[in-house]
Design a protein. Sequence first.
Length: 305
Amino acid sequence: MGNGDETQERAGAASWPTAHEGGPRYRPLLGPEQLRVARWRRLGDAWARLAAPLRGHALLFPRRLDAALAALRRGASAVPPRLEEAEHYFGAGLLVWVPPRRLCWQLLDVVTDGRRSFRLAHRFLDAGDWSGAAEPLASSVVHLEMAALCQPGTAYRNSGVYRYMLERAAAGQPERRNGVALATPALVEAYFTHYAALRDGMRREGYRPRHALPPAPAHALRGVGAERREGEAGLAIGPRGEVLRLLGGRHRTALAQLLDLPAMPGRVRLVHAAWLAAEAERLGLPPHRALPEALAALQARLREG
């Protein structure tokens, strides 16, 4: 598939999310099980956005983060802060630039610990064992589709994945991307045409943050919101500082890897309690003060390695 596979292979097993003893072991939920868990997503997300200014306030958030970390480290139950609250408190401090080749794995969002099911993206802090809830990015369906756009000397219309998507549309079982059902040949073609244009732009200009992109020209997908639904690449920081993708930016991450770009931005959505506790001890700072410094140091190490 080109340079993306080679760079991911070079990064190798060092990026594998380390098994974490002492925390619940997660397994991913797929299909109907996943849909049941995600049913309340919009309502929960709307409430979290409304509550973020209060719960993420400078007088409240540090105490909540520090208390949740202490409880998780003791093995006690805790209600960790949500991403929206952390974003309100930390702001741009959660944006980390990483070499795309260092992102070898993605953490699946909807998981179960055997007792209950939940979305990891609803937590900013977690103490579980993620090793069973991750999958290689290079084998994801989006990566395979973007690889069809990056094959030198080969038109994507001749690729197996393009023909497969046309067959699914003809059978009345279309693939869905960013909430859009690619139910007609025109929509399948628009999907590939759109990301071919994004590929060309990344080749010319490198990776630009999502908010810095100009408005996309009108096309068949934009009318149903496909482009607007894909946010900045999300990142999760594992117990030993592993960096995994967690929601958002699937297509741009795949293209950045396949084009072997030097760096791309990611938004930290989730951090492991073991890593944050170790960094706080190393820096001699409370967790809410240690986190920005730890992320800056992690970014430097990733870009040097």
